[in-house]
Design a protein around this ligand. Structure first.
Ligand code: PHE
Length: 328
């Protein structure tokens, strides 16, 4: 059953506001039903776990300087989604074939970059925006028409690069790559990755980071040095900035070894909450025992006892060394 209304960031949205029998509307019920699911706000869900792990990296390395937004409404104007980030009028991403239009002036955001301009205008200079994004796309193991992105944005004032002897753009590009390589190490430890030159209308130079996964290079983020015009249009006159947009599903697939992007939408608790605390007991001496239930599952085959025992052995070993607890 499809809901008739939902609440997003405090705003009530009726189905008929989003799905309409109108030639300028191409939002099907199957997409409307994803609005408001907010997988990135579920702390036990792989997307929520990953969001929190990225927050941890930024909090630790930038002493909590990054403002965090994860509740911005995914219904945005064409101006926010495209014009504000300098997407040309004839760019194919604007087409009805690629983007979900609610009406001729309103879309389901196709990237979290749709929020850059408003946050700059509100005076934010360091921010992370997490949210669901929507693209009309055919479905396979790494593509789904709804996924999650995290946008990062950092503004530098002239003093910050002048001392380095570099121009602002080179300084920001170097800082950006260092930041994202550090993030990749924080999340993955050692992982094979490579930088590719890229094009985005809103950054120059632009790059993509690819990670080697399942015998292929997979694009996990786009980034670059923000076009001056965007900064100038939104109240940042002499600054330079970098921006990135991470695809959270793809990073989570690598991090948690999840073989198919469709699994993120599973309601099966064995997926959405693989580890469950089922008992919590403190004895007279004040020692606390936890009992956890863990679901071990493979997409390919049923696991044998030997395979599960081996997984269990590794989990116990990691828990003991990383959490400094006594195993029972
Ligand atoms: N918005 C781009 C995308 O969705 C990613 C990106 C964000 C690129 C910020 C550069 C800077 O593909």
């Amino acid at each position: 059953p499809v809901l008739s209304a939902l609440e997003l960031g405090g705003v009530k949205i009726a189905r008929d506001d989003v799905v309409r029998d109108d030639p300028t509307n191409n939002v099907p019920d199957s997409i409307f039903s994803k609005l408001g699911m907010q997988l990135h706000k579920r702390n036990q869900h792989p997307i929520g776990i990953l969001k929190n792990a990225i927050y941890e990296y930024f909090d630790a390395n930038y002493s909590n300087k990054f403002d965090k937004f994860d509740d911005l409404c995914p219904l945005v104007s064409v101006k926010q989604n495209f014009d504000d980030v300098l997407v040309p009028a004839d760019h194919i991403s604007r087409s009805y074939n690629d983007t979900y239009y609610v009406d001729s002036q309103t879309v389901l955001r196709c990237h979290t970059s749709a929020h850059q301009a408003e946050l700059l205008r509100d005076g934010h200079t360091h921010f992370l925006v997490t949210g669901d994004v929507y693209r009309r796309d055919s479905i396979d193991s790494t593509h789904y028409p709804v996924f999650h992105q995290m946008e990062g944005f950092r503004v530098f004032s002239p003093e910050e690069w002048e001392a380095s002897g570099l121009d602002g753009t080179s300084y920001a590009a170097g800082d950006l790559k260092k930041c994202l390589e550090g993030l990749a190490r924080h999340l993955f430890g050692a992982v094979e990755m490579r930088w590719i030159d890229a094009y985005f209308p809103f950054t120059n130079p632009s790059f993509e980071l690819e990670i080697y996964f399942q015998e292929k290079w997979m694009e996990v983020l786009g980034c670059g040095v923000t076009e001056q015009e965007i900064l100038r249009n939104n109240g940042q006159l002499d600054s330079v900035a970098w921006a990135f947009g991470l695809g959270l599903e793809r990073l989570a697939m690598v991090l948690f070894d999840i073989p198919d992007i469709r699994l993120f939408w599973s309601n099966d608790e064995r997926f959405t909450s693989q580890v469950q605390l089922i008992d919590n007991f403190t004895n007279k001496k004040g020692m606390t025992s936890h009992c956890y239930r863990i679901a071990y599952r493979s997409m390919e085959c049923s696991l044998t006892d030997e395979e599960i025992n081996e997984l269990q052995r590794k989990v116990r070993e990691q828990v003991e060394t990383k959490l400094n607890v006594e195993l029972r």
